[in-house]
Design a binder for this molecule. Structure first.
Ligand code: MG
Length: 377
């Protein structure tokens, strides 16, 4: 980093001016190789992800996802971030633009005070978790690059312990499901979407093609707790490891009833958003689904995972349909979890980053500083 800093200082006329006029910057820059002259500049641009297949979950189908790509430039070092906003979650290009227009990182001396900066970002307005995540991810990427280490290394995690990732099979007719399972042959675990009127047909169709372990997600689609309980026993017999969000997120008592009786873990996804939800959720579910677009980014996701694990809960890290930017960021937390569902970048046809890979079904965390992505478009 020292050599880089010298090269940067030599090449930047702007920083020379700043150094001459700002004694604090002079001190900071000469006492730490990671602090740079100048202030952070935040920018963002809306982008639309195009998906390879029409994607169907219990409530709807779609073929595009609006995202916002963010950058934090600090003396020529750039951190990348992303907000992914599936329409049913309520954020959009418009809401993210409104929120991110209020983000001013130039008032902070440097990016290292993440706890302070991200608390300020969170306080700009309620909600907007994906927009907040796009700032959090870019700042973490930047800090990792300044420290010249992958985030997983900074967190003290063993990259070789990254888990398998599941690949998601959406709800469809048997011939389409068979085709999708064929295409997913490289994956060692599949996640099956349930919650319409063909749950058993979905499982039977997949099982007619493969013996790999399965996981299941009803996306709140089940209306009746007795049916949900019967299904958990059926799923256990079929080699399904857990069920995600069986019933409506508001039905805490029904989920507590089901969790007590189910032979497989019951995970909260839609019912679990921010870390403050964990206390309630821990009394009704066996585990949580953490996603950066719900948690407002990496910082809170990391805290959620540690807290849930300390309570003996199961953990899964998942994603939305995202470019390799946000998915790679999440991959750095994956050595902490029981299960990972980081296939969002594999479902899209216009990725703009290179990052996390899946090799033999297993997550390979990029061995590069920060979140470890390279811009490819
Ligand atoms: Mg889910």
């Amino acid at each position: 980093m020292k050599t880089n800093r010298r090269a940067f200082l030599k090449s930047s006329a702007a920083s020379a001016t700043l150094l001459a006029t700002n004694p604090f910057e002079t001190m900071a820059t000469t006492t730490s190789s990671n602090v740079r002259a100048g202030r952070m500049k935040f920018s963002f641009r809306p982008f639309t992800i195009e998906m390879k297949h029409v994607f169907t979950v219990a409530e709807m189908s779609r073929s595009t996802t609006p995202v916002v790509l963010t950058e934090v430039d600090y003396g020529g070092m750039v951190g990348y971030g992303e907000a992914s906003m599936p329409p049913y979650l309520g954020e959009s290009h418009e809401t993210a633009t409104r929120f991110l227009s209020q983000v001013d990182l130039s008032k902070y001396e440097n990016p290292f005070q993440l706890e302070t900066i991200l608390a300020d970002i969170d306080a700009i307005a309620a909600g907007n978790p994906a927009a907040k995540a796009s700032v959090d991810i870019a700042l973490h990427d930047l800090v990792g690059k300044l420290l010249n280490q992958p985030l997983s290394t900074i967190w003290g995690l063993d990259r070789s312990k990254a888990p398998l990732t599941s690949f998601t099979i959406g709800i469809d007719k048997p011939d389409v499901v068979r085709q999708k399972v064929k295409e997913a042959a490289a994956f060692k675990i599949l996640k099956i979407k349930l919650g319409k009127d063909n749950d058993k047909e979905m499982i039977e169709t997949v099982r007619s093609m493969t013996d790999v372990p399965l996981t299941a997600d009803a996306n709140q689609g089940w209306k009746d707790r007795a049916y949900a309980l019967e299904m958990t026993h059926y799923l256990k017999e079929k080699g399904v490891k857990f069920i995600e969000q069986p019933m409506a997120k508001e039905r805490f008592d029904d989920h507590a009833w089901l969790t007590e009786r189910s032979p497989i873990p019951v995970l909260a996804d839609e019912a679990f958003q921010r870390i403050g939800d964990l206390k309630k959720v821990s009394t009704c579910y066996s585990g949580i689904v953490v996603k950066l677009m719900k948690s407002t980014g990496l910082r809170e996701a990391y805290k959620m995972l540690l807290l849930a694990k300390s309570l003996g809960m199961k953990t899964l890290i998942g994603c939305m349909t995202e470019t390799s930017c946000a998915v790679s960021a999440a991959s750095h937390l994956s050595p902490l979890v029981d299960w990972a569902d980081l296939d969002g970048n594999l479902l899209i046809k216009n990725d703009v980053f290179d990052g996390m890979k899946v090799v033999d079904g297993k997550i390979v965390i990029p061995d590069r500083p920060g979140i470890g992505v390279v811009k490819i478009a």
